[in-house]
Design a protein around this ligand. Structure first.
Ligand SMILES: [Zn+2]
Length: 249
């Protein structure tokens, strides 16, 4: 009998899932699949990746999904044409494979995975692996490092908030997000300005859980088509009394 009870308790006990991050370091996985707040994502297929022309990026070449490139180029062209931005917007970090993310996350001497996860998503839990996300930078930095409040206050970052959704981009991690990921004003993911845009359905599928549970801000809102209501039918009016002078019979 005791064996049965022990077996039953073991079966019913909540299992705590863990993800192996670095050698000897793992993270508890929450009920909705998150590690240190970050949702899980797979690698983009190599065949779907293209490189952004180098004039739009700083640092390493920026690799993104081919479906997202036209909107990204349109965004840069619009930013280039705005006098307050004047081409200061650049792509700093784009697609990163899970293997690359692991090498970034697991290097260095910072004490714990939890500490590292504040500024770098754990491998297998970064939107960057999908090829649909990128970090923008404002260059020249003019004494403003890539820090949240400083970047968010620049005209280029304000322009992004106002305009990026028009090109299908949304800010994944706004300040105070319930996902408990640090505010990242530079980090945007592409989901297409409309669900009918080329490749948008696939991107929206990848981010479906994130968008449902932790909406972006600003986000790409569903296209609302407003039909103009037809004019109301005229109320039937009783005809005026006949003024015929015919005599009644
Ligand atoms: Zn990012």
């Amino acid at each position: 009998m005791l064996h049965r009870i022990v077996a039953l308790v073991l079966v019913l006990a909540p299992t705590v899932a863990e993800a192996q991050l670095c050698e000897g370091q793992s993270a508890a996985i929450s009920a909705d699949g998150r590690a240190f707040g970050h949702l899980p994502y797979g690698d983009a297929p190599e065949s779907e990746l293209v490189t952004l022309p180098s004039e739009y990026s700083v640092g390493n070449p920026c690799v993104v999904r081919a479906d997202m490139l036209p909107d990204l180029l349109r965004l840069f062209a619009a930013a280039q044409g705005d006098p307050s931005v004047m081409g200061q917007l650049r792509a700093l970090s784009c697609q990163r494979s899970i293997a690359r993310q692991r090498s970034v996350f697991c290097r260095g001497e910072i004490s714990s995975a939890a500490d590292r996860a504040i500024s770098v998503a754990p491998p297998g839990y970064s939107e960057h692996s999908t090829g649909y996300a990128l970090d923008f930078a404002v260059r020249p930095a003019n004494g403003c490092p890539d820090a949240e409040a400083c970047m968010a206050a620049t005209p280029a970052a304000r322009w992004l908030r106002l305009n990026a959704p028009r090109f299908g981009f949304e800010q994944s991690f706004p300040g105070g997000n319930k996902q408990h990921v640090k505010w990242e004003p530079w980090h945007w993911r592409w989901v297409g300005a409309s669900g009918n845009a080329r490749g948008a359905a696939k991107a929206r599928f990848v981010f479906a859980r994130a968008r449902r549970l932790y909406p972006a801000d600003p986000g790409v809102v569903p296209l609302v088509v407003k039909f103009s209501a037809p004019p109301p039918l005229p109320t039937p009016v009783a005809p005026p009394p006949s003024r015929s002078k015919k005599k009644r019979r």
